[in-house]
Design a binder for this molecule. Structure first.
Ligand code: S3P
Length: 177
């Protein structure tokens, strides 16, 4: 069987609210590579918001769709910046999708970032797994090591501007794009 060469995508992983979409857009400015957001693609496929997909079809269906999307990306997408949902890192073919960058922050800073943003309520409401902050913290503790394990690079995003983070990532992947 023909094995596929590793893709030139930049894949941003990390916890909910860490700023994957924002950094993907900042990277677009720095690299000209187009950002694709996994949650946006799933919402578009279902013509429903993530929250509604969870409520109507359940989390399992959402996770299956993430896996399906990961296969689609592996087969069809290259030279893009891919921002993922916080649980997407678990797809079995993650490493084949491109260079995996973990945007790292501590839990309190992530929650503070969301709560102090201009559309805080919307940001909290659209994320079913952030409904209960104690549960979210448990999820964070469980995932922290797993994000680090699958990452090619870890980028600390605390107290850094979008531009600084984007330039740092650009430097890390300079041989790849
Ligand atoms: C999830 C994160 C969300 C979204 C869904 C599940 C998770 O994306 O995919 O609500 O399991 O962490 P963001 O990381 O963009 O919030």
């Amino acid at each position: 069987m023909k094995t596929m060469k590793k893709k030139n995508n930049i894949v941003l992983i990390g916890f909910m609210g860490v700023g994957k979409g924002t950094i993907a857009r900042a990277l677009y400015k720095e690299t000209g590579l187009f950002p694709l957001d996994c949650d946006d693609l799933i919402e578009s496929a279902y013509n429903s918001k993530i929250k509604e997909i969870f409520a109507k079809f359940g989390e399992d269906e959402f996770r299956k769709t993430e896996k399906k999307l990961a296969k689609f990306i592996e087969k069809n997408v290259d030279n893009a910046i891919i921002s993922t949902g916080g649980g997407f890192y678990k797809v079995p073919n993650l490493k084949k999708l491109g260079t995996i960058i973990y945007l790292k922050s501590d839990f309190d800073s992530i929650i503070k970032r969301i709560e102090t943003s201009p559309n805080a309520e919307k940001k909290l409401a659209k994320r079913p797994l952030l409904k209960d902050l104690n549960e979210a913290k448990k999820l964070f503790d469980k995932r922290e090591d797993e994000y680090e394990k699958v990452a090619d690079f870890i980028v600390d995003v605390n107290n850094k501007s979008q531009k600084t983070i984007a330039l740092k990532i650009k430097e890390l992947i300079k041989d790849k794009i």
